[in-house]
Write a protein that binds this ligand. Sequence first.
Ligand code: GDP
Ligand code: GDP
Length: 434
Amino acid sequence: MSLVAIVGRPNVGKSTLFNRLVGERKAIVDATAGTTRDRHYGKTDWNGREFSVIDTGGYTVNSDDIFEDEIRRQVMLAIDEADVILLLVEVSTGITDLDELMADILRRSPKKVILVCNKVDNNDQIYSSHEFYALGLGDPYCISSMSGSGTGDLMDAILAALPADDADEAEDDLPRITIVGRPNVGKSSLTNALLGTERNIVTSIAGTTRDSIHTRYNKFGMDFYLVDTAGMRKKGKTMEDLEFYSVMRSIRAIEQSDVCVLMLDAQQGLESQDLNIHNLIVRNRKGCVIVVNKWDLVEKDSNTMKEWTEFLKKRLAPFNDIPIVFTSVLNRQRILDVLQTAIRVHQSRKRRISTSELNEELLPLIENYPPPATKGKYIKIKYVTQLPTPTPQFAFFVNLPQYIKEPYRRFLENNIRERWDFAGVPIQIYFRQK
Ligand code: GDP
Ligand code: GDP
């Protein structure tokens, strides 16, 4: 999926614009509780074309006390990763040194750049925007991120600048599995362990999607694509940059896969970046398997695995049925388990349950535990059906859908999960008026 990056010095309105482009739409698309935490990255669509937006400013630290170096880095990251870059400036301040610095770098880059003049809250200010022409990036698009004025024209310009749609998706129906995680957890080691020595059995098909590689794995009775995104340049990058690249790389790989293997380092445990990646997986409705790697380095007794499992489930709540595999890639311990588990999750994600089976199982349960009456109103669930969507979604038809509360929704979800084994698969539940 194409990526649009917003760059600009602090306070020009990057996060306001980001929220304007992504925020409301995301809230509508992802109305599920607890899935809209990551503010800096999101998907949007315009005239039927979907693309991702990132506020790179959100990834740089100390934005109060910003140094040229940091700004330069922000811009370089955008150049490396994005298809289209929005350089945001602010109408009332005129051109500042930092604006000039960024424009200089961007002018020399091969990427498409759109100059956007923000905080044009009324028509008179449009005249002041002309001075930004001097940045050498063409005429600025005048917008007010606050009110939204001008953002429609900006969206048209973004669409015109985006590369042609990937039109990827090979014809076959093989699972696409990707390994994601923070730097140094062991992702490449696992990939090499799986593919490295057996090149004759796998075929690399050069990116069905731009800048990603799908390698077919077909042995031990398993047949799937391992999705990997190219272009992670480790040399000369700071740790923060590595984090950034790994986030970008994860985002792209997640979008292109069916099941994500989220790899952790047993020595480091589960940290907020891991939760962010997990959040992206859930938000993209992909299957998930957790792998705790470097298990060889952990001092263990017979309870250690169980304790880890309980700890992880607690941290990942309410997603408490994610399969967890403990590996040592170094010792080739349980690495095939990872694949088998991922394939099982893929099968669950494609599972279709007939309406009759669903109702036979769930209606008696609902009869015994009906949704609690609200405001004296009796709530009746009449039937349930699985929607014909690519990922599991269920619609319950109810007389008063607005009165069904989150705990009851979760009760239904948990029952569906247990009865039909949706371990590791995000499912959506909707209540509709009937
Ligand atoms: P960032 O540091 O570039 O992410 O900037 P923010 O999005 O945090 O915005 C900085 C300040 O500018 C905030 O107080 C915003 O409310 C304000 N702001 C953003 N967009 C507009 C706009 O279109 N008009 C006006 N008047 N203020 C804006
Ligand atoms: P990536 O950045 O996630 O791709 O991580 P790498 O695959 O490059 O691995 C980072 C480091 O961890 C390397 O030095 C690996 O040799 C080491 N490593 C990977 N897996 C294991 C493991 O299971 N046990 C131990 N002890 N080290 C491992």
